[in-house]
Design a protein around this ligand. Structure first.
Ligand SMILES: [Zn+2]
Length: 155
């Protein structure tokens, strides 16, 4: 078990986020082998508009605006690092936490799978998703730090 803790900034990002998702994040920080920060919880529409304008997000209808999404970014040597290997380790911990809590989650690394119920490694989920998108002639927008409560169950 890790000795990581959510910092003040992470805890304040979780304000206003759905309690089921907050519970998963709080359990994940205990289970994870890779430290992380909550980089983004609740977002205002203005913040979302800025992210879309610079290409960091693709939609104005973001689950962050309604408190149904979080971005968990690897925290390494005092810095946030958007790098896949540590992102995969965080995804492992989030999936374990979600299973324990019985909370269904969608992951930005493979948008089209039921992440909580999936059994493949996060690496394989990403390559599977990218492959399916390519086959369909579509671009794959992958967002490894992003986890959200599914719309169908959390409208
Ligand atoms: Zn996000």
């Amino acid at each position: 078990m890790s000795e990581f803790k959510l910092g003040t900034r992470s805890l304040s990002e979780l304000k206003g986020v759905h309690p089921d998702l907050v519970a998963v994040v709080k359990r994940a920080i205990v289970l994870t082998v890779q430290d992380f920060s909550v980089h983004d919880g609740i977002r205002t529409l203005a913040e979302q508009q800025r992210l879309v304008a610079c290409g960091a997000s693709q939609t104005l209808d973001s689950r962050h605006i309604t408190g149904h999404a979080v971005d968990l970014v690897p925290y390494i040597n005092g810095k946030l690092r958007w790098e896949w290997p540590p992102i995969y380790r965080i995804a492992d911990a989030v999936r374990m936490a979600a299973r324990e809590n019985g909370t269904p989650l969608r992951w930005g690394g493979a948008w089209d799978v039921d992440f909580t119920d999936s059994t493949s490694s996060p690496e394989d989920l990403v390559s599977g998703y990218v492959g399916r998108r390519r086959k369909a002639g579509l671009r794959a927008f992958i967002d490894g730090p992003h986890f959200e409560l599914p719309r169908a169950l959390y409208p």
